[in-house]
Design a protein around this ligand. Structure first.
Ligand code: MG
Ligand code: MG
Length: 630
């Protein structure tokens, strides 16, 4: 099986596209006529350039409006086809995609169309060309792969075969299982694309909103499983038209595409009893058992500020690194490291972003196989010089250039706190405030990066994504989506800022793209926690009285509870299963903050209805004490 991608999927000039496509690991390309026309070179030169990159041209496309035409249109269409075949011979490819006709004069009639294809097959055979027929979802007479297959079957010519495209099948809500009855050797090519579930004109949806398998809502795995069942093991290609990708980075789009294909094929291999293709096995999607630690990069002054803030939240200093300027702060199962080293990764993160979370530790069953899966999916591994007595903890690069380390209990990694840190006597300054574990991390990014990072997480981990919600900021919109492990122990919210004027956008700009903007800690009695925090000098984010008026109109809450929440600035939300309480710290430095939450009865969300009130309160308060702006 060859992994391919249509040149139209990737932004850039044709030479840039080809280089990136080859570098990330594809073997073939579909050359789009438009790419070829806008390139200043002969078909022969284009073919050579593709081959010089170690790629093959797996398909040339598109050819439109051939079948079912009356004369004189019919003769002209066949002439056009002959000229295309000549051009393909110069390019060095033998397969052309012919999409079902949208010609206003096209007559339809399955036998008429089959006759046309039989004649076309004869002409193609003389020039060494094969023709693949694709049912466009908006085709005039043929808009269903089953009808396209019937045309191909009746044409009964070895040079005429079928092309399947997941968008055209799934976008029209056709059952992909119907593919299972098509013989695999009559399928010439398979194209894949996903898309978000939006009700809109099919053509417009197709041309602007397609995305990589796994990035949208279509059941591409079911489509691909059906293709596998036919025995087809030819090229699998990404044909994705997406407005965001057109403005994106050539390399990133190509690499996301490769990641999505490797992930999809792995998924199908795990769900199907047998698959016809041979690809290297990769470790299974990783179950994350929660967050093991977060690490801040800081300087000494800011370490003081941060220590004070953590102290006011009930954390105690529990350890000092054996050789580094790094301290460990603990409460419940939460480990927070503050790193003030003058060299190494944390220091460069500090120089770049100021005080920020530069490293996230995730607990897994097997750290090495986690990194092996991430690497197979194109993630960048991370390592730095390990000092005497220190552990080499497997790691990859994540959002915003941050690092993600993996800790397991199989090796010494699970004892990292005992091995790398010397216990210190708590400073007695703080009493435990009832914080138990990290509930979620919230990462801020540009809106255009959201698809990419949600694919990153959902392909490496056994995790799903929630539907995207819009959070209204007084100065714009923030799109928010959560990635969640199946057992709820991994929760990361991705917040995509459209504009630099939103609170999230300001943070991105001020911190030069640092990702983690807030950390939420879980407790199981938020009122008791709030009282203890107040005693230890923690300053919560003041929430307006209007919020509580609004709340009492949305939920039936008793007056006493409303008053207790109001007195402590606690926010409230509920879903069908349970209740959610939230409490925020004031903002810190470039706009980071902490959140304290309590979930009851299986509440599954993140308090999205409260976000506008939180953002308004943060903006009202303005920049806070903490690190200098930079
Ligand atoms: Mg297609
Ligand atoms: Mg949150």
């Amino acid at each position: 099986m060859k992994l391919c991608i249509a040149t139209v999927t990737v932004p850039g000039s044709l030479p840039e596209k080809l280089r990136a496509i080859a570098e990330v690991g594809f073997q073939g390309v579909e050359i789009f006529e438009q790419d070829f026309l806008s390139f200043d070179g002969s078909p022969r030169e284009v073919g050579q350039m593709v081959r010089d990159n170690g790629l093959e041209i797996s398909l040339f496309q598109p050819f439109r409006d051939l079948e079912g035409l009356p004369e004189p249109h019919r003769a002209r269409a066949f002439d056009r086809a002959e000229r295309k075949f000549d051009l393909m011979n110069e390019l060095g490819t033998d397969l052309v995609l012919m999409c079902s006709s949208v010609h206003p004069e096209a007559l339809g009639g399955i036998d008429r169309m089959a006759d046309d294809f039989r004649e076309l097959g004869e002409r193609a055979a003389r020039k060494g060309i094969r023709v693949g027929y694709e049912a466009l979802a908006w085709g005039k007479h043929v808009n269903d792969h089953r009808d396209a297959w019937e045309v191909v079957r009746r044409a009964d010519h070895p040079n005429i075969g079928l092309i399947l495209d997941s968008f055209h099948t799934l976008g029209r809500k056709l059952d992909p299982r119907t593919i299972r009855s098509i013989p695999g050797d009559r399928i010439f090519f398979v194209q894949l694309a996903d898309a978000p579930m939006i009700e809109m004109d099919l053509f417009y949806w197709s041309r602007h909103f397609r995305n990589m398998p796994g990035e949208g809502d279509l059941d591409v795995p079911a489509f691909m499983s059906a293709v596998a069942a036919t025995g087809y093991d030819g090229p699998i290609s990404l044909e994705v038209f997406n407005d965001q990708f057109r403005g994106g980075s050539t390399r990133h789009v190509a690499s996301d595409g490769h990641r999505s294909l490797v992930n999809l094929l792995d998924q199908v291999r795990r769900s199907e009893a047998a698959v016809p293709w041979k690809l290297p096995d990769i470790p299974a999607p990783v179950t994350a058992h929660g967050f093991e630690f977060i690490e801040f990069a800081a300087n000494e002054t800011e370490e003081q500020n941060l220590a004070e803030l953590l102290g006011s939240m009930g954390f105690r200093k529990a350890g000092q690194h054996i050789s580094k300027h790094a301290s460990l702060w603990r409460q419940g199962d939460i480990n927070v490291v503050i790193n003030t080293e003058r060299e190494g990764f944390a220091h460069s993160a500090y120089i770049m972003h100021g005080t920020s979370i530069c490293d996230i530790g995730i607990k897994v069953a097997d750290a090495n196989s986690t990194v092996a899966r991430a690497r197979a999916l194109g993630a960048t591994t991370f390592s730095q010089q390990v000092g005497p007595g220190e552990l080499d903890i497997p790691a990859i690069r994540g959002v915003g250039g941050g690092v993600m380390h993996f800790i397991d209990d199989q090796s010494d990694l699970g004892r990292v706190w005992d091995i790398e840190f010397r216990p210190v006597d708590g400073d007695g300054h703080s009493a435990d405030a009832g914080l138990l574990r990290i509930d979620h991390l919230a990462q801020t990014m540009n809106y255009e990066e959201m698809l990419s990072w949600s694919l990153f997480y959902t392909s490496i981990f056994d995790a799903t994504k929630t539907p995207m919600v819009d959070v209204v900021d007084p100065d714009g919109l923030v799109h928010s989506q959560a990635v969640e492990g199946r057992d709820g122990r991994l929760r990361i919210t991705l917040n995509g800022a459209d504009s630099h004027r939103t609170f999230a956008g300001q943070y991105l700009a001020r911190s030069f793209g640092s990702a983690v903007q807030h950390v939420a800690f879980q407790c199981d009695d938020i009122f008791a926690t709030a009282d203890r925090l107040q005693q230890s000098g923690f300053e919560s984010l003041p929430i307006s009285d209007n919020y509580y008026d609004d709340l009492s109109s949305r939920f039936e809450l008793d007056a006493d509870m409303l008053a207790r929440m109001k007195a402590r600035h606690i926010l409230y939300d509920a879903d069908a299963k349970g209740v959610f309480f939230q409490l925020y710290s004031r903002t810190y430095g470039d706009g980071m903050f902490f959140e304290i939450v309590q979930r009851t009865g299986g509440y599954a969300g993140y308090g999205a209805p409260n976000a506008p009130f939180r953002v308004a309160a943060q903006k009202r308060l303005g920049p806070q004490k903490g690190m200098p702006q930079h």
